[in-house]
Design a protein around this ligand. Structure first.
Ligand code: KG4
Ligand code: ZN
Length: 339
């Protein structure tokens, strides 16, 4: 018999609900919160409130679009963490109430595992090529930058991670310095297409093993602009595309220096990328480049599954359901949660 999972994602500023039947996606509804744009970043209090407003309509829409009834749902999976506590509480409480009302299992999901397992999702008329175990996943988002050694669906080890800012944070913070809107990652990506990536050079950090650091880049970018603006107050406007292209190149070089090293040391050529920053065109080009150069089998998520979504929570819930890994009603969300 098929298993139908309702997935709920509310870790940051997107309220999302998805329905999957086994590993096939039936619906994935996302309500974005535009309220944060005017503040240049996510305001936690406003995010919690928006989740509270959105959660019921979003779940209703997901059930309708999937063309199922509430009674068909085998289990409900929700994001336990990591994320903003107030945001996580909304999804967690909703999931608990739904599980109780329908007398179905409750499944807690690690958001980061979700980003990785999204590679195992199929769509109704489309079966995707899936990574073979073990594989490496470069997980790059607004909150995380990690290289994960994935041994099985639910067995993963972080082999490298950022010691300060995440890659997405580097994009967003540098965009802010240039006066670009939030989130800055997609804006930089777009502007970079018209720019010269070799025009400006920024220092890369020297960090041990497979770990990352992006806070130094942000600071050197800021100081570089400050010095240039002293000479020419229109420096940013006159060089925007080149600044974006050069900055993007530096971030991607930093990411792939470590990823290629890990792939070589672990002797693995199954390589996936996920998280919000995996939408970046230079990241995708670099994956294609190394697929040719090093013979990697690469796995790039569809754009709609790069940023936060409940489809990834539902698919992770599905594998936990198969393992009978259920949560009890006294489970609490965690702002910090390791893979
Ligand atoms: O995975 P995600 O939606 O949320 C977290 O779990 O953090 O990632 C959001 C991050 C933001 O920092 C955003 O700027 C970045 O992903 N991002 C991009 C692009 N699209 C989204 N960064 C660079 N290029 C893009 N095209
Ligand atoms: Zn995320």
């Amino acid at each position: 018999m098929s298993i139908i999972i309702l997935g709920i994602e509310s870790s940051c500023d997107d309220t999302s609900a998805a329905i999957i039947k086994d590993n096939v996606l039936l619906s994935n509804v996302i309500a974005n919160q535009n309220v944060h744009e005017q503040y240049g970043g996510v305001v936690p209090e406003l995010a919690s409130r928006a989740h509270q407003e959105n959660i019921v309509p979003v779940v209703d829409a997901a059930i309708k679009q999937a063309d199922i009834s509430k009674n068909d749902i085998s289990a409900i999976a929700f994001t336990r963490g990591p994320g903003l506590l107030g945001s996580l509480l909304v999804g967690t409480s909703f999931a608990k109430g739904f599980a109780l009302a329908k007398n179905i299992p409750l499944i807690d999901v690690n958001h980061l595992q979700g980003h990785i397992l999204v590679h195992f999702l199929d769509e109704k008329n489309q079966t995707n090529k899936k990574p073979e175990f073990p594989f490496l996943c470069l997980l790059i988002s607004g909150g995380h930058s990690q290289i994960v050694f994935v041994k099985d669906y639910l067995q993963m080890d972080i082999i490298g991670e950022t010691i300060d800012d995440a890659a997405g944070e580097a994009f967003d913070k540098c965009a802010k310095v240039m006066g670009l809107p939030y989130p800055g990652g997609p804006v930089i990506d777009k502007l970079a297409k018209q720019g010269d990536m070799f025009k400006f050079k920024f220092n890369k950090p020297r960090i041990k093993n497979y770990d990352y650091s992006f806070s130094g880049l942000k600071t050197s970018f800021l100081y570089f602009l400050r010095d240039q603006i002293k000479e020419n107050k229109n420096f940013i406007d006159e060089n925007k595309a080149d600044l974006c292209a050069s900055l993007q190149k530096t971030i991607v070089d930093i990411l792939f220096d470590k990823l290629t090293k890990a792939a070589k040391d672990y002797n693995i050529n199954e390589i996936a990328v996920s998280g919000g920053v995996s939408a970046n065109s230079a990241v995708r080009n670099a994956m294609q480049y190394f697929a040719k150069k090093r013979g990697w089998n690469i796995y790039l998520p569809k754009f709609s599954y790069t940023t936060d979504n409940a489809a990834m929570i539902a698919i992770t819930g599905y594998y936990k359901y198969l393992n009978k890994e259920f949560a009890s009603q006294d489970i609490v969300p965690k702002a910090r949660l390791k893979i």
